[in-house]
Design a protein around this ligand. Structure first.
Ligand code: PMP
Length: 407
C-alpha cells in the first residue's frame, strides 16, 4: 500500500493491503489512532504493572500512585485541580453523569434544564430522558453558522433553571461557541454550566482556571489516547448524584474498577497534547484553510457549513448543491479518500443532520454535505489528493443528478 504516514501506516505497517492509489484518512472526528508514544506508556500496565488501586498491598499501592499521577496530568491539561477529575468510560458516560447527576442532585432547586440544539446526540437523548423523568428541557437554537448567542440563552433562563449545556465546539460543523462569554453570563446566577469539550480538546486551549465552567466532558481518544475512557471535570463545590452504583470508586461518583492502562494512556496523551497543541493547531489550520479556499474557488455551487472564522482548526465541512453526501462519500471512498457526512454516531439513521437543520438548511441541502477532519498524522499532500479527485467526483454525480440543472 502506498500510504501516508498516518493511520493507514499504523494499521498496516507492512503494507500488506497493497493498492495502487494512496489512501487518505480525513475522518479524525470519528476516531483517532492512538499515538505510538501513548501505546508505549500504556503497555507495562497490562502486564508487570497490573494492579487494582483498591487492593491493600504494594501492587495496589503502585496502582493508586499511577492513578493519582494520571489524574494530576489530566487536571493540568485543562487547568483543573486533581480532585476535580472523575474518570469514566467515555464522553457519553461523562455527559450522562453531568446532566442526570446534576439534575437529580439539584431538583429541589429547580426542574429546568437548557441544552443547545447543536449538541451531540448523547446530550439530545439525555435531554429526552430528563423530560421523561419530569424535568423541563428547553432547546436553544443557533444562528445560521451554528453559534449559540449568550443573549438568546439568557432569555431562556427562568427561576427554575438549574443547568445549561453547550458544547465547546461542534464535532460536526466545527463551529466554536463563545464559552467564556456564556460562562461569564451565568456567573453568579446559580445556574450551572456543563460543556462538552470533545470537539475542542487538543485543538483549542481549555483552561478551567480562567473560564468558570462547572462541568466539562473530555474524552481520551480525541487527544490520541485509547478509546473507551473519558473524564468529567467537576468544579469544586458542584454537587452531583451518582449515576453508576457499585464499589464507590472515583469518590462514589463513578463506581467500577479503574481501567488503569487506559487511564495511564489518557494521561500520556494529555501531556503530549498540552505540549504540542499550539504547533498542531497551526499546522491543521493551514491545511484546513488551503482545502476550504481550494474547494470554494474550484467547485461551483459549493458552500462552507459552520462559521467562517470561529471554527476548530481541523474541520472543513462543505455543502455541494444538487448531490447527496452519501453518494459523495462512497465515490470518495472508491478513490481511497475516507471522509464523513457528519456525526459517525448518527450515521445509521437516514435522517438529515439535526445540526445542519438547526442552522436553517433545507433537508436536501443538509443531505448534500461532506465533512473533512484533519489530524496529527495528516500530511500537506492530503489536501492535494482531495483536490485531485473531489472536483471530478462532484461533476460526475451532478451530471447524473435530477436535482442539478446547471450542467
Ligand atoms: N460528544 C461529542 C461532541 C462527540 O463528538 C462524541 C463522539 N465522538 C461524544 C460526545 C460521545 O463520545 P463517545 O462515543 O466516545 O462516548
Amino acid at each position: 500500500m502506498e500510504s501516508t504516514t498516518g493511520p493507514a501506516a499504523i494499521a498496516d505497517p507492512e503494507g500488506v493491503g497493497a493498492a495502487t492509489t494512496p489512501e487518505i484518512y480525513l475522518d479524525y472526528q470519528s476516531a483517532k489512532p492512538v499515538d505510538p508514544r501513548v501505546v508505549e506508556a500504556m503497555l507495562p500496565y497490562f502486564t508487570e504493572r497490573f494492579g487494582n488501586p483498591a487492593a491493600l498491598h504494594t501492587v495496589g499501592d503502585r496502582a493508586t500512585e499511577a492513578l493519582e499521577e494520571s489524574r494530576s496530568a489530566v487536571a493540568a491539561f485543562i487547568g483543573a485541580q486533581p480532585e476535580e477529575i472523575v474518570f469514566t468510560s467515555g464522553a457519553t458516560e461523562s455527559n450522562n453523569l453531568a446532566l442526570i447527576g446534576y439534575a437529580n442532585r439539584n431538583k429541589r432547586t429547580g426542574d429546568h434544564v437548557i441544552i443547545s440544539e447543536v449538541e451531540h446526540i448523547s446530550l439530545q437523548n439525555i435531554g429526552k430522558y430528563l423530560e421523561k423523568e419530569g424535568f423541563r428541557v428547553t432547546k436553544v437554537p443557533p444562528d445560521q453558522f451554528g453559534r449559540i448567542s449568550p443573549q438568546k440563552l439568557r432569555t431562556r433562563i427562568t427561576d427554575d433553571t438549574i443547568l445549561v449545556s453547550v458544547g465547546w465546539a461542534s464535532s460536526e460543523i466545527g463551529t466554536v461557541q463563545p464559552i467564556a462569554e456564556i460562562a461569564e453570563m451565568l456567573r453568579g446566577t446559580g445556574v450551572a454550566l456543563h460543556v462538552d469539550a470533545v470537539a475542542a480538546e487538543g485543538l483549542l486551549p481549555i483552561d478551567m482556571a480562567t473560564v468558570p465552567v462547572d462541568l466539562l466532558t473530555i474524552s481520551s481518544n480525541d487527544i490520541y489516547g485509547p478509546p473507551g475512557l473519558g473524564v468529567l471535570y467537576i468544579r469544586k463545590g458542584t454537587r452531583l448524584a451518582a449515576v453508576t452504583m457499585g464499589g464507590g470508586q472515583e469518590r462514589g461518583l463513578r463506581s467500577g474498577t479503574e481501567n488503569m492502562p487506559a487511564i495511564v494512556g489518557m494521561a500520556a496523551a494529555a501531556r503530549i497534547a498540552g505540549e504540542e497543541l499550539s504547533a498542531d493547531a497551526a499546522r491543521l489550520a493551514a491545511m484546513r484553510d488551503r482545502l476550504i479556499s481550494a474547494v470554494l474557488s474550484t467547485i461551483p455551487d459549493s458552500h462552507l457549513n459552520g462559521h467562517p472564522v470561529e471554527r476548530v482548526p481541523n474541520n472543513a465541512h462543505f455543502r455541494f448543491e444538487g448531490i447527496e453526501g452519501e453518494s459523495l462519500l462512497l465515490s470518495m471512498r472508491d478513490e481511497g479518500v475516507w471522509v464523513s457526512t457528519g456525526s459517525a454516531c448518527s450515521s445509521k439513521t437516514l435522517a438529515p443532520s439535526h445540526t445542519l437543520i438547526s442552522c436553517g438548511l433545507l433537508h436536501e441541502e443538509a443531505h448534500g454535505s461532506l465533512e473533512f477532519t484533519f489530524g496529527r498524522f495528516s500530511q500537506e499532500d492530503d489536501v492535494d489528493r482531495v483536490m485531485e479527485v473531489l472536483p471530478g467526483v462532484v461533476s460526475r454525480l451532478r451530471r447524473m443528478s435530477p436535482l442539478y440543472q446547471k450542467v
